[in-house]
Design a protein. Structure first.
Length: 349
C-alpha cells in the first residue's frame, strides 16, 4: 500500500511518498453514528494517495494556476485518484465552499475559517457550532445547515440570519431557480430562501433515508445518496424541477452506511464518499460503479467541492473536509474538472 505523508514545509502542498506493505490498520466503527462526538483535533495524518503522484502536467492550459487539461476525453479518465495534498490553513468539518475572493471556507466545529492557497487563514464567522453542508444562494449569501436544526444565511460580510428552523439537514443544494433542496436522513425538503417556507417532496422508492442530493448536468434528474445501504437513486424532474414519479435505483454496492459527499464532474460522472469503508467511488452516467480511492479513515472526506481553477485552486481536484483528521482539508486530484468547466470535451456520454 502506498502511504502519503504530507509535507508542511511549503505554502502550497507537496506530497512525499513512501512505501508501506504492512496494510492499513485503521478501524471503522460502522455500528453507531460517527457524528456523536467532535473529531479529535490532532492535525493531519498519513493517508493513501490512491495512485502514483504526478508532480507536473505539461498539458495544463495557459492562464490557469494548476487546473485541468485544455481537452478532457470522457472515455479516458484516470482510474485512480492522482494526488492527495494537504491544504494548509484550511479547516473543514462536513463541507467546504469557495468564495469569489479566492478563499476556501469551512468549519472547525466552532467557527467558519477562511484560508487562501498560501496557507493564510482567519476566522470569518465565529461561534456557529457544528455545521453540516453549505452552498451559495443566488444573491451571493451562503446557506449553511447547522446541527441544532436551522438553516443560517451568511452575508459576504459575515452577518448571520436564521433562514429556516426545524430542518435538521445534512445536505443543502441550491437549484438554478434559487430554491434550497435539503436532505435530513429521512426526507427531502425544498425551501424558499426568502420566506423560509418548507415543502416536503413526495418521492417514493428511496430506501435507506435520503442524505445526499445532486442534480444531473442538465438538471433533468436528481441523484439521492442514502444514510444506509450504499445505494444511489435517481429521480426524473420536469422543467420546473418538480419530481416525476418515484425514484429508481441507479447504482449500488458502495458500502453499507453513511454516504457523506457527492459531486459531479464535467462528463456527468458522480463521485461519492461512503463511511463504512472510507472510500470514494465514481459512478458513470450509466450507473457503473468504480472504486477510485481507498484511504484510511483520517483521510476520508465528508462533503466535497470542486476547485475553481483560480487563485491557485485546481479545477481537476475535489477539496474534501476531514472530520477524523482534525477537521483539516485535503486536495484530492481526480484529473478531470467539475461541472461547469468550459474547456473542450471529447466523447461526452
Amino acid at each position: 500500500m502506498t502511504l502519503l505523508f504530507l509535507s508542511l514545509s511549503a505554502c502550497t502542498p507537496v506530497p512525499v511518498l513512501v512505501t508501506d506493505d504492512t496494510g492499513d490498520s485503521t478501524s471503522h466503527d460502522a455500528d453507531g453514528p460517527r457524528d456523536s462526538s467532535p473529531p479529535d483535533d490532532s492535525g493531519p495524518a498519513s493517508g493513501d494517495g490512491g495512485g502514483d503522484t504526478e508532480t507536473g502536467d505539461s498539458s495544463l492550459p495557459d492562464g490557469t494556476d494548476t487546473g485541468a487539461p485544455r481537452e478532457v476525453d470522457c472515455s479516458d479518465l484516470p482510474e485512480e485518484v492522482l494526488e492527495v495534498n494537504e491544504v494548509l490553513g484550511a479547516r473543514g468539518f462536513h463541507d467546504v465552499a469557495f468564495d469569489s475572493d479566492g478563499w476556501i471556507l469551512g468549519s472547525d466545529t466552532s467557527s467558519i475559517i477562511k484560508a487562501d492557497i498560501d496557507g493564510n487563514s482567519e476566522i470569518w464567522v465565529p461561534g456557529l457550532g457544528w455545521l453540516e453542508q453549505m452552498d451559495w444562494l443566488l444573491d451571493g449569501d451562503l446557506v449553511v445547515a447547522r446541527q441544532q436544526g436551522s438553516l443560517t444565511r451568511i452575508s459576504p460580510e459575515g452577518g448571520t440570519e436564521t433562514l429556516a428552523t426545524d430542518v435538521y439537514a445534512y445536505e443543502v443544494n441550491v437549484a438554478p431557480d434559487g430554491f434550497i433542496w435539503a436532505a435530513n436522513n429521512s426526507q427531502i425538503l425544498r425551501i424558499d430562501p426568502d420566506s423560509g417556507v418548507k415543502e416536503r417532496m413526495q418521492i417514493g422508492g428511496i430506501q435507506g433515508g435520503p442524505r445526499l442530493l445532486a442534480f444531473s448536468l442538465d438538471y433533468a434528474q436528481l441523484y439521492v445518496g442514502v444514510l444506509s445501504g450504499g445505494r444511489l437513486y435517481r429521480v426524473e424532474l420536469d422543467d420546473n424541477l418538480d419530481p416525476i414519479g418515484d425514484a429508481e435505483l441507479f447504482a449500488s454496492g458502495m458500502g453499507n452506511s453513511y454516504m457523506d459527499g457527492m459531486a459531479l464532474d464535467v462528463c456527468g460522472n458522480i463521485y461519492v464518499t461512503e463511511y463504512s469503508n472510507s472510500r470514494m467511488y465514481r459512478v458513470s452516467p450509466d450507473g457503473e460503479v468504480a472504486l477510485i480511492w481507498d484511504p484510511p479513515l483520517t483521510q476520508y472526506g465528508h462533503g466535497m467541492q470542486w476547485g475553481t481553477g483560480q487563485d491557485g485552486w485546481r479545477d481537476d481536484a475535489v477539496y474534501v473536509p476531514r472530520p477524523y483528521g482534525g477537521s483539516t482539508v485535503a486536495e484530492v486530484v481526480i484529473g478531470v474538472p467539475g461541472r461547469g468547466w468550459e474547456g473542450k470535451l471529447l466523447n461526452k456520454p
